[in-house]
Design a protein around this ligand. Sequence first.
Ligand code: ADP
Length: 238
Amino acid sequence: MAGVKIDGLEKKFGSLRVLKGIDLDIRDGEFVSFLGPSGCGKTTLLRSIAGLEEIDEGQVVLGGQPISKLPPAKRDIAMVFQNYALYPHMNVYKNLSFGLSLNGVPKAQIDERVQNAARILQITELLKRRPKQLSGGQRQRVAIGRAIVRDPKLFLLDEPLSNLDAGLRVTMRVELANLHKRLGVTMIYVTHDQVEAMTLSDRVVVLDQGKVAQFGTPLELFYAPRNLFVASFIGSPK
Ligand code: ADP
């Protein structure tokens, strides 16, 4: 079981209070989006869960285990960024397997995990290619593949589709939804795109200046916004 519980999380950058007491209870296997305007703290919250930011107060619990004091590599979390930097000099197979070999995973197991991720993402044909021989969507799949091979308890995705053109975004959105169904793993997705959040998520966290304005299903946000901020953000054109 790997739900995520966040209690009283506070984060400052110097004197700037960026996260102001975040409490969240995300269920095992849920797809949750962090949605809100630029600068509201979405990425900082995600990075705090991953351990890439040191938090000032509060704690993060993953699958019942407090993880706030653990280094990122020990958290059993995989993160996919917007700038999914692949290793340019390695082929796709190597890009997928490299992290596992560093962690001392046996070769046979590495191969099994890479082949399995490649099958799920339909990139088996591309394993021998270098990143520069791939399209944007294919590169994004490889980046997601690098997360899948680690078999994490939690996936964190930071605007992973924002560099793709509009048509491809829609395709990849469907693929992500399918991937979530197939893996059944908890996923947290950061976006400022309300359509993306509403179509992909079981529940959405709307953030307003470092606070949770509302945490609910897309329908709840749409039909029962808790305050004016949520109502105007959800209803506004992109
Ligand atoms: P979002 O992802 O919602 O756009 P961020 O979490 O990136 O928001 O940023 C929230 C606030 O924290 C912004 O005001 C941003 O300028 C500030 N911030 C983010 N990272 C840093 C940092 N490393 N140093 C100083 N301020 C930062």
